[in-house]
Ligand binder design. Structure first.
Ligand code: SF4
Ligand code: SF4
Length: 79
């Protein structure tokens, strides 16, 4: 489980489509609070999986980066 690795949402880019929350919930991790969907709020950062880029790869607006990410990954779909 991630301690220092968790998603950071760029609120200015986010269009609150909810896809990141759906993906994470379906994966059983619940880093985002599903009750606040479609607004992505990371209420359980410790549930995030180290080095997972699942939600960031999916985000259509490139609104997600990761605390502690030194992998060189960059958000796709930056518009
Ligand atoms: S997938 Fe991206 S645009 Fe959609 S709610 Fe999540 S952060 Fe916002
Ligand atoms: S990186 Fe993976 S585990 Fe972490 S919030 Fe996104 S989908 Fe969930």
């Amino acid at each position: 489980m991630g301690r220092t690795w968790y998603p950071i949402i760029n609120e200015e880019r986010c269009v609150q489509c909810g896809q990141c929350i759906k993906l994470c919930v379906e994966g059983g991790h619940f880093a985002y609070d599903p009750q606040l969907a479609p607004r992505p709020v990371v209420t359980r950062p410790g549930n995030c999986v180290d080095f997972c880029h699942g939600c960031g790869d999916l985000c259509p607006k490139g609104a997600i980066t990761y605390n502690g990410d030194k992998t060189g990954w960059k958000p796709p779909h930056l518009t």
